[in-house]
Design a protein around this ligand. Structure first.
Ligand SMILES: C[S@@+](CC[C@H](N)C(=O)[O-])C[C@H]1O[C@@H](n2cnc3c(N)ncnc32)[C@H](O)[C@@H]1O
Length: 302
């Protein structure tokens, strides 16, 4: 079989399995490139597929028809132009979250005194937010990645080590196991300076909304990465965020920043929460689809 015939068949099978047709064709292209080495440039030549490549493509297609995320099938996903290992224990990095990276960079660059900033990425997952930030900052920068899931933390550690070895990330990276900001509090020597910026894409989905998520997310991504009220009574999905804002208030010095990604209908509530916890200049940012997705504030005098 030749590449174009395989692609047409794959797109049809994915559409029949409920994947958006445009998405299915794009995913077929990604599979052809990753598993058979047939990228967009070679596709017009319509090369024949060797039997091993064909077998790998068909096996991947069967998993995708079962609505397993493409990222799990490939074991990796791109974010901020970097390749991140992913697993069943990590959230797959979302393009939406690049907005959080953009906003964090804007905040840091508006403060030239922070030539060698220390950024904490809490709820780090693959480490995509902290490591992408570090890829844009100088060698003096530091990123601390904190994660509760041991499996996700191991993936973050491997992503950090590989991106440093490839030279994509120059600054210092440390990874911490634990609940929100507790590991840093426990490890900080008395009088040590606090981080300059805490960034987070925490779990924030309302428990009542989990059942309505796409099967790729609902059935394959970790509940710990999604459910914003895990361990608390089900409510507005902001239980983790509330704890995080209170902990950031205790950790940050005046002038330190806190920047969060939350749901499109949650930034207003989180902005109020930040104000109530002593953060000043609270601001929000919309994504390119016009939805409010990022909210931040600067710690005021305590
Ligand atoms: C929405 S995912 C974000 C992952 C990654 N930052 C990203 O943007 O792709 C939230 C992550 O927070 C982790 N997590 C959940 N509760 C946590 C807690 N209390 N302390 C630290 N990490 C937590 C989950 O395991 C998950 O990896």
């Amino acid at each position: 079989m030749r590449a174009r015939a395989w692609l047409a068949g794959a797109a049809a099978r994915l559409a029949a399995a409920g994947v958006e047709p445009e998405e299915g064709r794009l995913e077929g292209l990604i599979l052809l490139e990753d598993l058979a080495g047939v990228g967009r440039a070679r596709l017009p030549l319509d090369p024949p597929l060797p039997p091993e490549a064909r077998a790998a493509l068909d096996a991947a297609l069967r998993r995708r028809e079962g609505r397993e995320p493409l990222s799990h099938i490939l074991g990796a996903w791109e974010f901020w132009g970097l390749r991140f290992e992913v697993s069943r224990e990590t959230l797959t990095p979302r393009a939406d979250t690049e907005l959080l990276v953009e906003e964090a960079l804007r905040w840091l660059r508006a403060r030239p005194a922070l030539a060698a900033p220390w950024v904490v990425d809490v709820c780090a997952g693959t480490g995509c937010v902290g490591l992408s930030l570090l890829s844009e900052l100088g060698a003096g920068a530091r990123a601390s990645l904190i994660e509760l899931s041991p499996g996700a933390l191991a993936v973050a550690g491997r992503n950090a080590a590989r991106l440093r070895a490839e030279g994509a990330v120059r600054g210092r990276v440390d990874v911490w196991a634990g609940d929100l900001l507790a590991p840093l509090r426990a490890a900080a020597p008395p009088g040590a300076p606090p981080p300059d910026l805490v960034v987070s894409n925490p779990p924030y989905i309302r428990p009542a909304d989990l059942a309505g998520l796409a099967p790729e997310v609902r059935d394959h991504e970790p509940r710990l990465a999604l459910d914003g009220d895990l361990g608390a009574p089900p409510g507005d999905g902001l239980a983790v965020v509330r704890r995080l804002v209170a902990e950031a208030r205790a950790l940050l010095a005046p002038g330190g920043g806190l920047l969060l990604e939350v749901g499109w209908d949650q930034t207003e509530a989180v902005g109020e929460l930040l104000g109530a916890e002593g953060f000043e200049g609270v601001w929000r940012r919309r994504d390119y689809g016009g939805n409010w997705r990022v909210v931040g504030g600067v710690m005021g005098e305590k």
